[in-house]
Design a protein around this ligand. Structure first.
Ligand code: NDP
Length: 286
């Protein structure tokens, strides 16, 4: 079997087109606004932030960037977040992680109003997601769900094996798949005999941050394989957590890196910002 490739670029373009139209239809009522706060000068963070600004502009979302030096105090950052909480032109707030060591990420995330937490990292949104309530869903897992839906890949009754249990990817994608009626197994670095689980999987979500770690020997014939990893090889090239070429021979569907999950993450951030703006209109009219 040769896997069908799920192009995140294609799914993202289709969603962004729909959003662009919706933003245009809403233009007399509201312009969705996204505030991005970047602390310090991490080149990877800077490049993610640039990508977010560019994508916002493409869809018609107003975005504004606040840059703060790496030695900014925690208090100043919390104050800036609070300003955006109060700013009616802003519907989504994103603080680019990681933050310098002297600032508590937990405090900063909890400072963001849950109604503007378009990254879906606030414990209130995580709790809402866990209990199946309306919530901002974390962008990477939400994007994976959209890719599966775009390809009409059935999740109900399927065995999904998630490799990785981070708060931003592993845990929430497992929860979302559970909400979609999959049977979910979590694996992590302390899992004994990983292959024993992955070989039973109808859907594998690889989110380990280990370059080409998942090989054909981990994959059942016909499984759907979603590669979340973004790793640099020694030659500087980007690669995923999955050994793409060999797994392609066994999987039914496979996401590439780059051009897979990555473009979906930003797209869902825009989606959440648009949903937030719509919720603000609704609240204003109540
Ligand atoms: P973390 O480092 O926070 O988590 C990695 C997880 O993988 C941990 O739960 C760890 O287990 C597990 N793990 C590590 N080694 C093994 C192993 N040998 N066997 C089984 N499990 C293992 O990473 P993130 O979740 O933040 O990110 C994962 C990957 O996804 C990274 O490559 C990251 O760059 C990428 N990413 C991509 C995004 C995108 O938009 N495409 C967005 C976010 C992340 P344990 O908990 O026991 O340590």
């Amino acid at each position: 079997m040769t896997a069908s490739i799920i192009s995140g670029k294609e799914v993202a373009a289709s969603l962004r087109n729909e959003m662009k139209q919706e933003v245009n239809e809403l233009k007399d009522l509201i312009t969705p606004g996204l505030a991005v706060i970047l602390v310090g000068d991490n080149p990877a963070s800077r490049s993610y932030v640039k990508g977010k600004e560019k994508a916002s502009a493409e869809v018609g979302i107003h975005s504004e960037l606040t840059e703060m030096p790496a030695d900014i105090s925690e208090h100043s950052l919390l104050t800036k977040v609070e300003e955006y909480n109060q700013n009616p032109a802003i519907h989504g707030i994103l603080v680019q992680l990681p933050l310098p060591d002297h600032i508590s990420e937990k405090k900063v995330i909890e400072q963001i109003s849950p109604e503007k937490d378009v990254d879906g990292f606030h414990p209130i949104n995580i709790g809402r997601m866990m209990t199946g309530q309306d919530a901002f869903l974390p962008c990477t897992p939400f994007g994976i769900l959209q890719m599966l839906k775009y390809k009409n890949i059935e999740t109900e009754g399927k065995h999904a094996v998630v490799i990785g249990r981070s708060n931003i990817v592993g845990k929430p994608i497992g929860q979302l798949l559970l909400n979609e009626n999959a049977t979910v197994t979590y694996c992590h670095s302390r899992t004994n005999d990983l292959q024993n689980y992955t070989l039973q999987a109808d859907i594998i979500i690889a989110a380990t941050g280990k370059a080409e770690f998942i090989t054909k020997d981990h994959v059942k014939e016909g499984a759907v394989v979603i590669d979340v990893g973004m790793n640099r090889k020694e030659d500087g090239k980007l690669c995923g957590d999955v050994a793409f070429e060999e797994v392609q021979e066994k999987a039914s569907y496979l996401t590439p890196v780059p051009g897979g999950v990555g473009p979906m993450t930003i797209t869902m951030l825009l989606y959440n910002t648009l949903q937030s703006a719509k919720a603000f209109i609704k609240r204003d009219n109540q």
